[in-house]
Write a protein that binds this ligand. Structure first.
Ligand SMILES: Nc1ncnc2c1ncn2[C@@H]1O[C@H](COP(=O)(O)OP(=O)(O)OP(=O)(O)O)[C@@H](O)[C@H]1O
Length: 352
């Protein structure tokens, strides 16, 4: 049984369709990232799951219980959905200590005082804040405050955690550490979690599956490696990882393989969506799959070197091929104007 099941969810706001018959299932213990362009409906979806927003159509079940059903007029309020919410702003009480902040949800439920103390100590230990229970939020770093907000969500033993851009208030360096820590903490707790992020690497680093939204629908829902290596559409290929994209023409096909004409060169690639022979297609090459090749070798094409920038660990090089500018990385500086570029045939993705 899935911990979260969303069926045909619809939401209209200000006359616009924001969620458009969306379906999504999250298994127990799974971490799912909601990723998509601005305005694709990520926050609205999270708010509908939480009960803070009411959908207009469809059904939401949490842990096997229907919490929203448009047809049956079921709409369980947020506090009845057994959720843990973690906000971007942390939303901590400034005048309460860390322990008091974490205890708050349990006190609201009128749990036994001794039991509350035990649970708070346990969750603070678990989340690496054991020594900081007596401090006030103002005496903590951003990363520590984020941990408190997570501890506060954990302590109520929710069946599902909803996190709204949980790391976006941290500076870049802290954020990189925090994403590894957040995945570890969620996995150690065994909790099911769904989070919204604008950051692709964060989505991929933390989640088991990425749900990519486009116009209120699911564009692709798959593990991070699959979304990256096997995007199911040009939209997903382009959205994830900022790849090189060129106009091309499909010349012939053989099974999944497709031969394309790109800027005068004939290359072999993988057809993701059925290309029409002679028709216009788009050829996608990720930056790390483009490399220098030997003139005359298979799947190579000539290019003119136009620019290079040093990024520390690697050089980023820009080359021109016909009207296209392509980007690739290498550990070396480039010499020479005219280059031969190579792309392995399984790394050239062709979209209709
Ligand atoms: N109260 C509202 N009334 C009308 N339109 C709204 C309202 N709230 C949100 N919208 C619109 O709904 C769409 C989806 O918004 P939502 O915040 O869910 O997207 P998002 O994917 O989270 O975007 P972002 O990445 O920018 O946070 C946007 O076009 C937004 O302008």
């Amino acid at each position: 049984m899935s911990t979260l099941k969303i069926e045909n969810l619809g939401k209209i706001l200000g006359g616009n369709t924001i969620l458009d018959g969306l379906n999504l299932e999250v298994e127990a213990g799974e971490i799912v990232a909601l990723l998509g362009p601005s305005g694709s409906g990520k926050t609205t979806l999270l708010r509908c799951i939480s009960g803070l927003e009411s959908p207009d159509a469809g059904r939401i079940s949490i842990d096997g219980r229907v919490v929203y059903d448009a047809g049956a007029r079921v709409n369980v309020p947020p506090e009845g959905r057994k959720l843990g919410l973690v906000f971007q702003s942390y939303a901590l009480w400034p005048h309460k200590t860390v322990s008091q902040n974490v205890a708050f949800g349990l006190e609201q439920r009128k749990e036994n005082k001794g039991e509350i103390g035990r649970k708070v100590t346990e969750v603070l230990e678990q989340i690496g804040l054991g020594a900081l229970g007596a401090r006030y939020p103002g005496q903590l770093s951003g990363g520590q405050q984020q941990r408190v907000s997570l501890a506060r969500a954990f302590v109520t033993e929710p069946v599902l955690l909803l996190l709204d851009e949980p790391l976006s208030n941290l500076d870049a360096k802290l954020r990189e550490h925090a994403r590894a820590w957040l995945r570890e903490a969620l996995k150690a707790s065994g909790k099911t979690a769904i989070f919204v992020t604008h950051d692709q690497s964060e989505a991929m680093a933390i989640s088991d599956r990425v749900a990519i939204l486009r116009g209120g629908k699911l564009a692709q829902y798959a593990p991070p490696e699959q979304v990256y290596d096997q995007p199911n559409s040009l939209f997903v290929a382009d959205f994830i990882g900022n790849p090189n994209i060129m106009d091309a023409q499909a010349v012939s096909t053989e099974g999944q393989g497709v031969r394309v004409l790109v800027n005068g060169a004939t290359l072999e690639g993988v057809g993701v969506s059925d290309p029409e022979l002679g028709g216009k297609v788009r050829a996608v090459i990720r930056q790390e799959h483009l490399e220098l090749g030997q003139p005359g070798a298979a799947n190579t094409f000539p290019a003119r070197h136009v620019n290079s920038v040093f990024l520390g660990a690697v050089w980023e090089h820009w080359v021109e091929v016909g009207a296209d500018r392509l980007r690739f990385h290498s550990p070396h500086k480039l010499s020479g104007d005219l280059l031969t570029m190579h792309v392995p045939r399984e790394k050239l993705l062709v979209f209709h």
